[in-house]
Design a protein around this ligand. Structure first.
Ligand code: GDP
Ligand code: MN
Length: 408
């Protein structure tokens, strides 16, 4: 779960990481009031979870509260790379002498943490990495050893931080490490970390990504989740405890086991279709789970057919079939598209017999996975206008897990 800058800074503040004084504002009036409280030149910053806000005009300096209000009027409602701004952070402006980059993240490849620093802060780190990779210092940290002063020195001296910035940066690195551990973060990133004209070091920007699997022990952070940005189907699936990822095709997918579902997406692409979602109902494909799954998949108006692909291991095919039939009963006319069902493995024959005896004309049996995919694609009809049929790759890579953030 990614935090907004203002939330990340509130988290930083709890751990004593230096940040400029400020507060979030949901309206121009609030922005004006915050600026008046601060009583100095402020910076009004669009709160969206995407970089490059400065270039997009989403970060503006304001000399007085009235100007802060005018900037907020313009920034709230602005669309930055597809993200609509709903709130701004108003904080005291800093006079910047130097901008640095600092981050600590999980490094799966390195089986530990990785701290990174650069004296080329302020611009996107991917750009620095592409143009002058030598300007980024990488210091692996063994979690069992923890962050030690020599790590900090490697960062400070390796990246050539200004002498005046060393003490303040060392403190911030140490506290960021505390944030990383304390809040179970996958990534903490500060860009820019600023050395101000009067010699202070502060986090001017903040990016924090929390490990979703740890949220149960951080109810305060879980409460920050921005449900407005979450897709309604994904939200509904989460509430039902389903493992669902929305994709942009038109063939709904339900399967058991992540590997089987991934292959199903590929086979649908191979058959000339494109999956509308990833949905793994797991081992116990009970009637309730099937109905919940179908409901979520069918709520996507793009879905024109559904492919149910179940391999019975511990899961019994006859129970799955009964689950599908019960789900059809429960959902009734909401099942508006054909369901191509491929059952294999334990009790598959009994399952197929149950489905064959069903009075519903919605269920279309299929013998193999390939046949099922071809049938689901055929029954879905031609691709909707503007949709490109997927060949080969399904595009799901990167939708699960948190790797790939930062520079890992
Ligand atoms: P991003 O572009 O979305 O990453 O937003 P940042 O928060 O990193 O801000 C982008 C740039 O705006 C920074 O690199 C600074 O150059 C500038 N900026 C942000 N806060 C201040 C400030 O308080 N004073 C000044 N002078 N510039 C600022
Ligand atoms: Mn930034």
């Amino acid at each position: 779960m990614d935090l907004f800058e203002h939330q990340a800074k509130e988290l930083f503040a709890r751990y004593g990481v230096a940040i400029p004084p400020g507060a979030v504002a949901w309206s121009p009036e609030e922005a004006e009031a915050v600026a008046a409280d601060i009583g100095a030149t402020v910076v009004v910053k669009a709160q969206v979870q995407v970089g490059g806000r400065g270039k997009a005009g989403g970060i503006q300096l304001a000399k007085d509260p009235a100007e802060a209000r005018r900037h907020a009027e313009r920034i709230i409602g602005m669309d930055i790379k597809g993200h609509v701004v709903r709130r701004v952070l108003v904080e005291q402006a800093s006079e910047i002498a130097a901008e640095y980059y600092l981050s600590i993240l999980h490094d799966r490849g390195g089986k530990g943490f990785l701290a990174m620093a650069s004296s080329q802060g302020g611009i996107e780190i991917e750009e620095v990495a592409a143009v002058s990779p030598e300007a980024i210092v990488r210091v692996p940290i063994n979690p069992l050893v923890g962050l030690r002063p020599y790590h900090v020195n490697q960062l400070l001296y390796g990246a050539g931080f200004d002498e005046r910035a060393r003490k303040g940066t060392a403190e911030i690195v140490t506290k960021l490490y505390d944030v990383l551990l304390g809040a179970d973060c996958m990534l903490v990133e500060v860009n820019p970390l600023a050395l101000t004209a009067d010699g202070q070091v502060k986090a001017l920007d903040a990016k924090v990504s929390i490990d979703d699997s740890s949220l149960f022990r951080h109810p305060d952070l879980e409460a920050l989740r921005d449900t407005s940005a979450v897709d309604p189907q994904e939200q509904a699936a989460k509430e039902r405890g389903l493992n669902y990822v929305k994709l942009d095709g038109w063939v709904g997918i339900i399967g058991n086991g992540a590997g089987l579902v991934m292959s199903t997406l590929d086979v649908v692409a191979q058959a000339g279709g494109k999956a509308a979602n990833f949905l793994d109902v797991g081992g116990g494909a009970s009637a309730e789970t099937m109905a919940d799954g179908l409901e979520v998949v069918l709520a996507d108006p793009k879905v024109r057919s559904v492919l149910v692909n179940i391999f019975g291991g511990i899961t019994r095919g006859d129970l799955v079939a009964q689950g599908i039939l019960d789900a059809l009963d429960r959902l009734g006319p909401r099942v508006r598209v054909p369901l191509v069902v491929r059952l294999d493995g334990t009790n598959a024959r009994e399952g197929r017999e149950l489905l064959a005896a069903s009075p519903s004309d919605r269920v279309v049996p299929a013998g193999t996975m390939l046949e099922a995919a071809a049938k689901a694609v055929e029954l879905a009809g031609p691709p909707p206008a503007g949709a490109a049929a997927g060949a080969g790759t399904t595009g799901t890579t990167g939708t699960t897990g948190t790797t790939g953030k930062g520079l890992a």
